[in-house]
Design a protein around this ligand. Sequence first.
Ligand code: 9MG
Length: 279
Amino acid sequence: MRQYLQCGRFGFNLAQRPLVMGILNVTPDSFSDGGRFQSLEFAMERAEQMIADGVDIIDIGGESTRPGSPSVPVQEELDRVMPVIYALRELGHALSIDTCKPEVMREAIIAGADMINDINAFRAPGAVEAVADSDVGLCIMHMQGTPQNMQAQPHYGDVMAEVTDFLRERVAALEAAGVARDRVTIDPGFGFGKTVEHNVTLLRGINELQNALGLPVLAGLSRKSMIGALTGRSVEQRMAGSLGGALAAVAQGARIVRVHDVAETVDALKVWNAAVAGH
Ligand code: 9MG
């Protein structure tokens, strides 16, 4: 299994400890309605707090990926995300951009983004080409359906086999375009066209997935409905469940966890690491 991740200006040794990716949503529902300037101030404050809390990678998203959320036009997404990249790029931390749009990928890479996190696995026409000739890290995620319809009726014969085959095919598409494997992470896509049972099967299967493809797994469970279903908690009350989810993912072999609660996750992983990995 690859233990090094090339991520734009940064190179991460994944053998040392699991990495924490902090979620920075810059969608209008993420901050009170004070316009673009307030959103930039909010993003800056959130990012500085995450850095103080020990984040490794900041994942900036300008389009909601929650079940049922609509797609936003390219220009709107660029207007949300680009000022944030310019504001954060000199903070000395890796910046990931959560986008499915090739136009946003290209602009973000030119502006200095270090990673592209695509929940659509670079399937949009032009997406592979947008990232191929760069050195940014890539996250390829599995999703059944689209954010608009994915939770309507998730269905699999064998969820592990289907997710593995899909990710294998997408890795091959990137490699065929010249992408080096040390730039790639894979993600089973918890909550993206999956029932709680599918999610639990995939959580238990992280190591198997990682071994099958020889690539590090990034896992995102934070505050998701699966945590709500397992704990009976509303979205505001899912921190403890999400920490349990992050530790469970890392115990199953995940190398990167994508989370809202950076300080708490970093602490939990420090304790886990001391006990399990000995550092
Ligand atoms: C953007 N986004 C929301 N949930 C996610 C998850 O689980 N993984 C990745 N890679 N991105 C996500």
